[in-house]
Design a protein around this ligand. Structure first.
Ligand SMILES: NC(=O)c1ccc[n+]([C@@H]2O[C@H](COP(=O)([O-])OP(=O)(O)OC[C@H]3O[C@@H](n4cnc5c(N)ncnc54)[C@H](O)[C@@H]3O)[C@@H](O)[C@H]2O)c1
Length: 346
């Protein structure tokens, strides 16, 4: 399969991760160019790719066949529109856009242009997540009853020296829990409604440091999520799986999925079940299911190539990313308004 001729917009924290991933998979993609008005290209290995300060000038000069958009959230909608107007396929980092109106416009532009799109919810490519989805579909848990999820780690105090991280949208809900909410949709089904509470009691900033949410899924299951960037705990998928070297590895599960016949822990893939009859007086045993690790960013890029070259269905299309954003913003709205909120439909 021919490698993708790809460009990256934004060479910050996650843009650099994408650049490294592209350079590590030459049979999947070749880095044609990078555009960033601020970053210093001398601090980066670009593998010989061209460097531009202006995204639009780069797209017009280089005409890449695909782009990875790794710019700040507020620029995703505009950068996605630039790609649609030029018939360039794109992978946009999460959240798909900063607002739901922008997401609706982008979904329309993508449909009108016919470009292929992917949203960077990379956790869906973790082998433990893919195996969990299979186990649920095969009925290993029976009917899904609910999910209990924790994402809690203490971010360093100087993380909040950057102004936008102290304001609405810069808290753990939109930065971190959006990944958990995307996985909840992936594993438990569409969200019918959410309730939520937010607190800024521990950091005393304008943005939440902790949030708790209740989810009602269309299939009848319920879910809870507690997320915090002020609490020190071993329970995040990053710590439990080792997927992100910035997080110290703990090997602990942060997720519990409960069904009528059994239960599952993640990211330690531990299936709890009984060989015969089930009931509260019956022994229940946990069995760890081994799956070989693969880097989710590499798996995501390989999928992006197959999506474009072989028409593989998108793991997370722009419309799907919009549904995750809608569910996440519904938690924030429920917290602000003190009432149960259905997410906006996409
Ligand atoms: N998938 C993940 O796990 C993950 C992790 C971190 C961040 N993200 C997402 O990735 C995006 C970037 O986050 P980050 O942490 O890398 O931010 P960052 O601030 O480190 O990097 C953003 C970069 O974009 C550049 N930029 C700004 N305006 C630009 C423009 N007009 N054209 C091109 N480049 C421009 C900035 O100079 C900066 O270098 C955000 O949407 C964030 O939510 C995703």
């Amino acid at each position: 399969m021919k490698p993708l001729r790809i460009a990256v917009l934004g060479a910050g924290l996650v843009g650099r991760k994408h650049i490294k991933t592209i350079l590590s998979l030459p049979q999947v993609a070749q880095l044609a160019a990078v555009a960033d008005p601020v970053a210093d290209p001398s601090t980066l290995d670009l593998g010989g790719a061209d460097w531009f300060a202006d995204a639009q000038a780069m797209l017009d000069r280089i005409r890449p066949e695909a782009v990875i958009i790794a710019t700040p959230n507020a620029l995703h909608a505009g950068h996605g529109a630039l790609c649609c107007a030029r018939n360039i396929h794109f992978l946009v980092e999460k959240p798909v856009t900063a607002t739901l109106d922008e997401a609706a416009d982008l979904v329309r532009s993508v449909q009108a242009s016919g470009v292929k799109t992917l949203v960077g919810h990379h956790r869906r490519y973790l082998p433990v997540v893919q195996r969990a989805r299979q186990l649920i579909a095969q009925g290993a848990l029976g009917d899904l009853v609910g999910a209990s999820v924790v994402w809690a780690t203490r971010k360093p105090d100087d993380y909040f020296n950057v102004q936008w991280r102290t304001e609405a949208g810069g808290g753990p809900l939109l930065i971190n829990a959006i990944h958990e909410i995307d996985l909840l949709r992936h594993l438990c089904g569409e969200v019918r409604a959410v309730s939520g509470i937010k607190s800024s009691a521990r950091r005393a900033l304008a943005v939440e440091d902790t949030a708790a949410a209740l989810f009602e899924f269309e299939g009848g299951a319920l879910g809870t999520l507690m997320c915090s960037d002020a609490g020190f705990s071993p329970w995040t998928i990053e710590q439990g799986s080792g997927e992100n070297p910035m997080f110290a590895y703990t090997g602990q599960s942060a997720w519990r999925l409960v069904g009528t016949k059994g239960s599952l822990e993640l990211p330690v893939l531990r299936l709890w079940s009984a060989p015969g009859e089930i009931g509260w007086d019956r022994p229940i045993a946990g069995r760890d299911i081994a799956v070989p690790y693969q880097d989710p960013f590499q798996a995501q890029l390989a999928h992006f190539q197959r999506l474009i070259r072989q028409d593989e269905p998108a793991m997370v299309s722009v419309a799907d990313g919009a549904r995750t954003l809608a569910a996440t913003l519904a938690v924030a709205a429920a917290g602000d308004q003190g009432k149960r909120c259905p997410p906006r439909a996409f």
